[in-house]
Write a protein that binds this ligand. Structure first.
Ligand SMILES: CC(=O)N[C@H]1[C@@H](OP(=O)(O)OP(=O)(O)OC[C@H]2O[C@@H](n3ccc(=O)[nH]c3=O)[C@H](O)[C@@H]2O)O[C@H](CO)[C@@H](O)[C@@H]1O
Ligand SMILES: C=C(OP(=O)(O)O)C(=O)O
Length: 428
């Protein structure tokens, strides 16, 4: 089994370049299905979610070239191949194949998605949206069957503010007849990024980034080039790391406005943070104060940064409370942090952290992507060696993590891949 070995206690310093956003990438790639000629996406992160989606587009007949961070997809020979099992189970965002294939082919069969286990993650709002557009949707043995004679624009009110449902409905609605209005839409920056790509392909979308999105369906969408936005969650992870063990860390290629809720909390703790046009600097910090955070939809504090932030809070003086209103069970990292000497208890949707404590290296397991980030940060904060397993989760979302951290002065390396695991990775 492969593991990440971390020798803790080394201060980090220098510049780190932030990669393209995972949560944009995983929607932009399926969106290419809707075009009639090649689409190029520039600046993709080097993560397993991108590789898996590349494989899925190839399975349905797409020609996909990925060189460095740029992907060109020629969707002209794609067919509506059923994808009930296999790669779709490996990531959450395979659900975007539903919206994109429904938009283009008016039918799709897609297995229920995988992704991080954060408690229940229903897709009822996606289905509600597809049905409102005229599709018949059934769940047969764990696969969603979608079919429509014709997609017609509709007014759709989301009962729950959902990133995935907002984007998925957009993907189908750009090829529907007439106007679709999504009310109570999610406002995350990744939604604007997907709307920008679709608009560059010829779609007519207004209001992305607000809670009402208007889409006028078009007959055809064409190829284009698009540059992805930077990953605000990866950036947030490095900002937290800078506050935890940094002696001056500069993050390059970011949009500081996307990180306002995190930066405000870091400043409240006593961390020095300076923002520039597309950079942010985090200074060496000491005497950190406890704070409370509550995760909310954008522009509130992101649930995806709650777990990494918890590791930092173990260093703060006093009692902090982390409440997750989006995923009330997103606390699998807590038991692992306790193994590392953290003083934390979970009560309902909240974790209560008492600090400061000196974390100790231990053998721990990442149960999901951001739990993995939390454990890597904790390992870098600890005395001694930390071994992190469950790397398949971390690889879904952090591009060149080991190289980036070593570049900042960390001592971290991967160990123990068996021959079979190397073969499996090659064939994934
Ligand atoms: C690939 C991707 O972009 N993943 C992100 C996306 O996940 P994802 O798009 O899956 O998350 P949603 O925004 O849909 O979920 C928000 C909340 O709505 C609930 N819900 C969602 C859909 C639905 O049909 N019914 C329903 O009840 C969910 O259980 C959750 O409590 O947004 C989450 C919340 O910011 C992030 O943690 C994930 O990193
Ligand atoms: C929960 C996450 O990802 P996904 O929705 O892809 O499982 C995440 O990025 O933290």
């Amino acid at each position: 089994m492969e593991k990440l070995m971390i020798a803790g206690g080394y201060p980090l310093k220098g510049t780190v370049r932030i990669s393209g956003a995972k949560n944009s990438a995983v929607a932009l790639i399926p969106a290419t299905i809707l075009a009639d000629s090649p689409v190029t996406i520039e600046g993709l992160p080097d993560i397993s979610d991108v590789q898996i989606l590349k494989g899925l587009l190839e399975e349905i007949g797409g020609t996909v070239q990925l060189s460095e961070n740029d992907m060109t997809v020629d969707p002209s020979s794609m067919i509506s191949m059923p994808l009930p099992n296999g790669k779709v189970k490996k990531l959450r965002a395979s659900y975007y194949l539903m919206g994109a294939m429904l938009g283009r082919f008016k039918k799709a069969v897609i297995g229920l998605p995988g992704g991080c286990h954060l408690g229940p993650r229903p897709i009822d709002q996606h289905i509600k949206g597809f049905e409102a557009l005229g599709a018949t949707v059934t769940n047969e043995q764990g696969a969603i069957y979608l079919r429509a004679d014709e997609l017609r624009g509709a007014r759709i009110y989301l009962d729950v503010v959902s990133v995935g449902a907002t984007i998925n409905i957009m993907l189908a609605a750009v090829r529907a007849k007439g106007r679709t209005i999504i009310e109570n839409a999610a406002k995350e920056p990744e939604i604007i990024d997907v709307a920008t790509l679709l608009s560059n392909m010829g779609a007519k979308i207004k209001g992305a980034g607000t809670d009402v999105i208007r889409i006028d369906g078009v007959e055809e969408l064409h190829g284009c080039r698009h540059t992805i936005i930077p990953d605000r969650i990866e950036a947030g992870t490095y900002l937290i790391l800078g506050a935890a063990v940094g002696e001056g860390l500069l993050l390059d290629n970011i949009i500081p406005q996307h990180l306002e809720s995190l930066i405000a909390k870091l400043r409240e703790m006593g961390v020095e943070v300076e923002t520039k046009d597309d950079q942010v600097f985090v200074g060496k910090s000491s005497g950190l104060k406890a704070v409370d955070i509550k995760t909310l939809v954008y522009p509130g504090f992101p649930t995806d940064l709650q777990q990494p932030f918890t590791s930092l809070l173990t260093k703060a003086e006093g009692t902090s409370m982390v409440t997750d209103t989006i995923y009330g069970a997103r606390f699998k990292h807590i038991d692992e942090l306790r193994r590392m000497n953290a003083n934390i208890k979970v009560e309902g949707r909240s974790a209560i952290i008492n600090g400061p404590v000196k974390l100790q290296g231990a053998k721990v397991k990442a149960s999901d992507l951001r739990a993995g980030a939390a454990l890597v940060i904790a390992g870098l904060m600890s005395e001694g060696i930390t071994e992190v397993t469950g790397l398949e989760h971390i690889d879904r979302g952090y591009s060149h993590l080991v190289e980036k951290l070593n570049g900042l002065g960390a001592t971290i390396w991967r160990e123990g891949l068996t021959k079979e695991e190397i073969e499996q990775l090659k064939n994934a």
